[in-house]
Write a protein that binds this ligand. Sequence first.
Ligand code: PDD
Length: 285
Amino acid sequence: MSVVYLNGQFMPAEDAKISPMDRGFLFGDGIYEVIPSYGGRCVGFAAHIQRLQQGLAALEIHCALTEQDWYELVQQLIRQNGAGNLGIYLHLSRGTDTKRAHAYPKNVPATVFAYCFEIAAEPKADVNKAPRYKVITATDLRWQRCHIKSTALLGNVMHHQQAAALGLNECILFDEQGFLTEGSSTNVFIVKEAVVITPPLSHKILPGITRQLLLSILRQHSPLKVEERPVSKDEVLGADEVWLTSSSKEIAAVIEVDGQAIGNSEPGPLWLQAQQLFSEHKYSY
Ligand code: PDD
């Protein structure tokens, strides 16, 4: 039986209840994080909490928990759930009002929820065992504030379903000008002639923590050239390698985009190098 945290208390999952008047339920009015943890060690913990706090500030949701408070809460949650390979889900909504009204209510405390779920073992830099992703492309039809990790994910969910309905793994998105934004639940990198390229941060993409760690690790620990710049669809289709990054996948090699092979349809040599470096250094940030 899993143990969850809700509004200051740890409890069995089935005892955790919130009101249908919660603004997270009514409006998707909240912020969330997913933090990977292996044997009790979290990857990018401080960066995840910083992004959470930036999201809460952007939405003017007040929460007194400090990074240390979050650390203790998460460690306790991990201990109570067996410290295996866990995704830690943190979710804060603007809280429960007495009525449904769009304006932010005053003096309503945030709803704070955390739980963990089992995830696959730590990804390994092993071409034979690496998952091979097949993706489609679509025009990005989400909102203009994708840098906020909002629980209002319907746009992402619908794009993800476009791929899932075809039995594919991800839908990668392009803005109205035809430039790459991100995947429905991942950031995207391409490799061309040994240069690692990813779109720059903007309101069009989530500032992914895996993206951030990978950029830092490549810049500090490899001689590879790394660029953050706009990427066109032709560049994606003509790339030597395409990668997806996210907390649970780390760096996932894409072998097919819109039915077209990428490279030789296998995880490429730079993917191997990047995943090796990531595995080696991910706990140092
Ligand atoms: N997804 N872009 C989007 C739209 C995402 O939802 C995610 C993460 C990422 C990668 O971010 P990070 O490296 O910080 O995990 C990029 C999470 C895991 C989810 O919604 O489950």
